[in-house]
Ligand binder design. Structure first.
Ligand code: 9YT
Length: 130
C-alpha cells in the first residue's frame, strides 16, 4: 500500500513548478509506482494563464478549490471551473487554463507521467520511459 500526505512531497523532487511560474504540481503517483496512471495535485496560481497540450497523454482533472476557466482551443469554448468541476482531455485538447483564485486541481494521467517530462517545442510532454 502507498500512503502519502501532501506535506511529504513539499520541497522534494515530486514538487515541480511550471517554467513560467503559473503552477506548482505535486506528484503523488508516477509510472514507477505501477498503478497504470499518475496522480497529481496541481495549483494554478491566481491571475495567471497557462497554455497546455498533452498530445501524448490523456488527462482528467477535478477541481476541489478556487475558481477559473478552461478555454478549449479546438472549439473556442470557455468553460468555468470551480469546486466540483471535472474536465477530461479525451481528445488531447489544446487548452488555456486561467485562474481567478488559486485553483486546486486533482489530475490523473494515462499513460502515467514518469516525472522527468519537460514541455517540448509544442508545449507538450513527450512519452518517456523510466
Ligand atoms: C492541471 C494540469 O494539467 N496538471 C497536470 C500536472 C502537471 N502538469 C505536472 O505534474 O507536470
Amino acid at each position: 500500500m502507498i500512503v502519502k500526505h501532501l506535506s511529504d512531497l513539499k520541497g522534494t523532487d515530486d514538487e515541480v513548478y511550471g517554467e513560467k511560474g503559473t503552477w506548482v504540481s505535486r506528484r503523488f503517483l508516477l509510472k514507477k509506482d505501477g498503478m497504470g496512471f499518475s496522480f497529481h495535485e496541481t495549483i494554478i496560481f491566481a491571475g495567471t494563464e497557462t497554455y497546455l497540450w498533452y498530445k501524448n497523454h490523456l488527462e482528467a482533472v477535478y477541481c476541489v478549490g478556487g475558481e477559473g476557466e478552461i478555454e478549449d482551443l479546438g472549439t473556442g469554448k470557455i468553460h468555468p471551473i470551480k469546486d466540483g468541476t471535472m474536465y477530461a482531455l479525451n481528445n488531447h485538447d489544446k487548452h488555456y487554463l486561467r485562474s481567478k483564485k488559486d485553483m486546486r486541481l486533482i489530475c490523473v494521467f494515462n499513460p502515467p507521467l514518469v516525472g522527468r517530462e519537460d514541455h517540448d517545442e509544442d508545449g507538450a510532454y513527450p512519452l518517456l520511459d523510466e
